[in-house]
Design a protein around this ligand. Structure first.
Ligand SMILES: [Zn+2]
Length: 272
């Protein structure tokens, strides 16, 4: 952990706090609760440390994959054709491909035991709000970052397009704080175009949670049969996991290796 990384995490925290969390959760809270909720300190540690650790693990792997596998992945002629498209089109394509990969790595994180043990840390929050976004195991964060980023290198997008794709991905990562927020926000037909707080809150509903895996576009859930967005406008009655995840940052780091958690799919419960 370097000082620059810690400063970057702190600035990220302050920007999120100022722009999204405080105004929205106070103007239109979904659930009125005390500011000092259970797990607040643990989630604050996650916010400062977990993303940075995940980046430290993932960035070298992405760079290595880009350097070693890019020349082998697709024919040179195809790479040239991909890189020859307008940059804006390349960025849009890279974002769609990354979101499709994000859908599947997220879904498999619910269906494969070892991956679920990592991802369960994120689903442990019973009080969903913007800060709960940060509760994540760094191996889970690193895996998802790699799966979403590596294809952009392998397909042959130009390095200019990849740089814009990385910047757009960072900006879109702020959406994650919005969709976890404790905010009663309805977006009308846009809820079917882009994920919303209600869309993602249903993903965090206390079992079953085998639905709404997309990180940007509900299109993937609609295509693969996992979309759940009740037309009555309802929200989940409760959040969390059926199997307990311990409190405390260090215990949550060790929890995936305790061999007690099952994938959510094992519950065999279907969306109601
Ligand atoms: Zn999940």
């Amino acid at each position: 952990m370097d000082i620059a990384g810690l400063i970057e995490s702190t600035v990220f925290f302050l920007v999120v706090l100022a722009l999204i969390a405080v105004p929205l959760e106070n103007l239109a809270p979904l659930v009125r609760r005390r500011a000092r909720r259970a797990g607040l300190a643990c989630d604050a540690v996650h916010l400062l440390l977990t993303k940075r650790i995940g980046d430290v693990l993932a960035v070298p792997l992405i760079a290595l994959a880009g350097a070693v596998l890019r020349p082998l992945a697709v024919p040179q002629e195809m790479q040239a054709a991909v890189a020859g498209q307008p940059v804006a089109l390349q960025v849009l394509e890279a974002l769609l491909i990354a979101d499709l990969c994000g859908y599947w790595v997220h879904r498999l994180s619910h269906e494969i035991g070892p991956l679920w043990r990592l991802h369960a840390v994120h689903h442990a929050s019973e009080n969903l709000d913007w800060l709960a976004t940060a509760r994540q195991h760094p191996l889970d964060a690193a895996l998802r970052k790699c799966v979403k980023a590596v294809p952009a290198f392998l397909i042959g997008f130009s390095y200019t397009a990849i740089a814009w794709f990385a910047a757009a991905s960072l900006a879109l990562s702020l959406v994650a704080f919005l969709v976890h927020a404790n905010v009663r926000m309805r977006l009308g037909f846009l809820e079917w175009v882009h994920i919303s707080p209600r869309f993602h809150h249903w993903h965090h509903a206390l079992a079953p949670v085998n639905r709404n895996y997309a990180e940007q576009f509900p299109l993937w859930d609609a295509l693969f049969g996992t979309l759940h967005l009740p037309v009555d406008g309802s929200w989940p009655p409760a959040y969390g996991t059926s199997q307990p995840v311990p409190d405390g940052w260090l215990r949550q780091m060790l929890h995936p290796f305790a061999r007690t958690a099952r994938p959510t799919g094992e519950a065999r419960e279907r969306p109601g």
